[in-house]
Design a protein around this ligand. Structure first.
Ligand SMILES: *Cc1c(COP(=O)(O)O)cnc(C)c1O
Length: 387
């Protein structure tokens, strides 16, 4: 089996082995220390700056999306939601369910967000902005510089879902003025599904502490309090948090191994890169190189890239060919044949795009040899008249 979906993705063997072990009791100083390290590394990898806090919620990524909206906004707010696909639509649905006034900026599938989409909403009384930096359903990566500028100019709280982008693309929370960024365990973190991570800046922490939340499990005040001692209010997905610790610290270790010697250590402290920075950059480069390798290899195949601006995490493709009977090739059919006959998972689309678009992920434990095997399978489909 080779898994090119965008989550759950292939895990390193070391991570899988941790999942096979017994689960230790977690109200201990040892587990607290591990959690504190997870907290610090997540904030560092998000480039969160001083005063940020990281919270771990047991639930899938959507739980973190819902918790973010519930804990930062109320019926008195007015939010702008970028809706370019099913994950943007999910943010809008969360607002609807919680009675939070909002408007959607609807984008055509595959289209980038531009200044002209935002301009009509400037100075129009909005208080917050919700966006999935990588709209995974269509493979569009939004321009964070543009969003950041707009939110600063209009005094908006900025909440970003970076679930499929974190570790694949650079994220500069502090520089972009992001108040809360969230991610999930099963995308580029390459862990089992089950943990949502939220990183909050100082003013978001304060806002959470002042916001009434009608929920026991999703009230982040308790998570903030218990997090100070490396704990969570309820039993967390302990194994995944241990796996996360290994994953994050191994990124740092790889950075330390790549660190140049004494010469660069003589540089002023501000110019010296930490092992964490180097390791993060190396992980992002690894994913980007896999994506570039795949994108260069599809030349000649009957596919069209259907996104104006891509993340390194995935490539969204539209098959342009016809089958023997002259009907357009179905993207979903390609997914099924690869799964059933080749043992390869690509990522199918749902809804309106089911027959026209599939996606190939570049996150998780994949190699260029895996890319080559997928490309070979595509050529085989073509030989068989199926592509
Ligand atoms: C995968 C994903 C989610 C949803 O995550 P679940 O873990 O399935 O709840 C949300 N937003 C984006 C952008 C995603 O890629």
């Amino acid at each position: 089996m080779i898994n090119f979906t965008v989550g759950p993705v292939q895990m390193e063997e070391e991570i899988r082995c941790i999942g096979a072990e017994e689960i230790p009791y977690f109200r201990t100083p040892e587990f607290s220390a591990l959690m504190k390290e997870n907290e610090a590394l997540m904030a560092e990898f998000m480039k969160a700056g001083a005063g940020a806090r990281t919270l771990f919620l047991t639930g899938s990524g959507t739980a973190a999306m819902e918790a973010a909206v519930m804990n930062l906004f109320t019926k008195k707010d007015r939010l702008l939601v970028v809706n370019g696909g099913s994950f943007g639509a999910r943010f809008a649905k969360i607002c609807r369910i919680h009675g939070i006034p909002h408007e959607e900026i609807r984008l055509e599938s595959g289209k980038a967000l531009r200044g002209e989409h935002l301009a009509p909403y400037a100075g129009a009384g909005f208080t917050g902005f919700l966006v999935n930096v990588h709209e995974t359903s269509t493979g569009v990566y939004y321009d964070m510089e543009l969003i950041s500028r707009f939110c600063r100019e209009n005094g908006l709280w900025l909440v970003v879902d970076a679930i499929s982008s974190f570790l694949a693309d650079d994220f500069r929370m502090e520089e972009w003025g992001v108040d809360l960024v969230l991610t999930g365990s099963q995308k580029a973190l390459a862990l089992p599904p089950g943990i949502g991570v939220l990183v909050l800046n100082e003013r978001a922490v304060k806002r959470v502490q002042e916001t009434e939340v009608e929920s026991l499990y999703f009230d982040l005040k308790e998570y903030l309090k218990d997090g100070l001692r490396g704990q969570t209010p309820f039993t967390p997905a302990v194994s995944i948090l241990i796996q996360m610790n290994r994953r994050l610290t191994s990124i740092v270790e790889r950075g330390a191994a790549a660190k140049p010697g004494a010469a660069s250590e003589r540089k002023p402290a501000a110019e010296r890169k930490s092992a964490a920075e180097l390791g993060l950059a190396a992980e992002q480069r690894r994913i980007r190189e896999l994506a570039e390798d795949f994108r260069s290899r599809i030349a000649g195949l009957p596919f069209e890239i259907v996104s104006e601006a891509m993340s390194a995490a995935e490539t969204p493709l539209h098959p342009t060919g016809c089958d023997g009977a002259g009907n357009p090739v179905s993207a979903h059919r390609i997914f099924e044949i690869l799964k059933d006959e080749y043992g390869i998972f690509i990522c199918p689309n749902g809804g309106e795009l089911a027959d026209t678009v599939f996606r190939v992920g570049h996150i998780g434990n994949l190699t260029k040899e895996d890319n080559a095997r997928l490309i070979e399978a595509f050529w085989d489909l073509q030989r068989r008249g199926l592509l």
